[in-house]
Design a protein around this ligand. Sequence first.
Ligand SMILES: *Cc1c(COP(=O)(O)O)cnc(C)c1O
Length: 397
Amino acid sequence: MTMDYIDVEDRLGAHNYKPLDVVLTRGEGVWVWDTGGRRYLDCLSAYSAVNQGHCHPRILAAMIEQAGRLTLTSRAFHNDQLAPLYEELCTLTRSHRVLPMNSGAEAVESAIKTVRKWGYQVKGVRPERAEIIVCAHNFHGRTISIISFSSDPGSRDGFGPYTPGFTVIPFGDADALQAAIGPDTVAFLVEPIQGEAGVIVPPAGYLRRVRDICSAAGIVLILDEIQTGLGRTGKLLAEEHEGIEADLTLIGKALSGGFYPVSAVLSNSEVLGVLKPGEHGSTFGGNPLACAVARMALKVLVEEGMIDNAARMGERLLAGLTALRHASIREVRGRGLLTAVELHPEAGGARRVCETLKRRGVLCKETHDHTIRLAPPLVITAEQVDWVLEQMDAALE
Ligand SMILES: *Cc1c(COP(=O)(O)O)cnc(C)c1O
């Protein structure tokens, strides 16, 4: 049975992914089951889109209820789920304005458009000259404009011509940001922790310095919290670890509760105020089904203590990984339940370890060649963390 699904995907699908040999059919909390009835602990959480755990019963109920009542109106009319989502998001994140979209990449694109317009209208940047500073090894999505400033050849090569207007600096280097700012700079776009790059945690104090530099230069600080946000690092937003507030914050992934794509641009300044009717939009953005799902996804995150659990279980996981004594481990790093084990280049590759972990009932995915990311749903228990550590220990033998 399993081989049929894989064979059909291989013959009929575009080959833009290279999945592990496992066909999943059911999920509940941290667990997923394959078509043969084998159970696995999901340590990828759909790249942090399933922070609340698979098929969370309260999000499921909210989705079913809303799906039977009203699903899509377009923004040509108001619906009775959008305003409550705005209110709840603004209260929770102390934001002033929200722009609802669908995918993470759309939230990033929306931020890029907004800060360009803000640059021309408010900052007085010369027409067509707006420049956005970004970091090397970033991951912000897959659209043409976003991959135009990617430093990963696999993401970028062969997709030109590229969108101009981006300057790339090293991640974690505040002096490089200071040096890169010019008269046409409108914004700095950065991930608080680089997820796809392999869970790269910047030096302590980096975000605080970045915040000060952006404020002093009068440019917009855009934090892409699509992966780090909504509890993943043990805080609602990763910016809280350094006590700062971005001007624009991008969220997505777990805003869906794993059910239905929802993303948002959150604005703490008046930057979103530059968008006027007709200047930006999305047919599905802000639809009542998405809003009802997102509202419950946020509610369970807070009410069920998932953010604190991520902090406590993340510490346990990181301490346990750090205590593993294997010659193949080069570095263990992370914050909250966003953790990674980087192997030495001569260790035979992260993919091989992921295959072994799969056979032992743990699903995770390598990032690049030598790094294994461990990011289980935020509902994981201490016993489950310890069990994952045992499997990791055994897989690295
Ligand atoms: C996943 C991700 C995105 C893109 O989100 P999609 O929903 O896949 O478009 C953008 N930024 C970061 C940091 C991400 O992890």
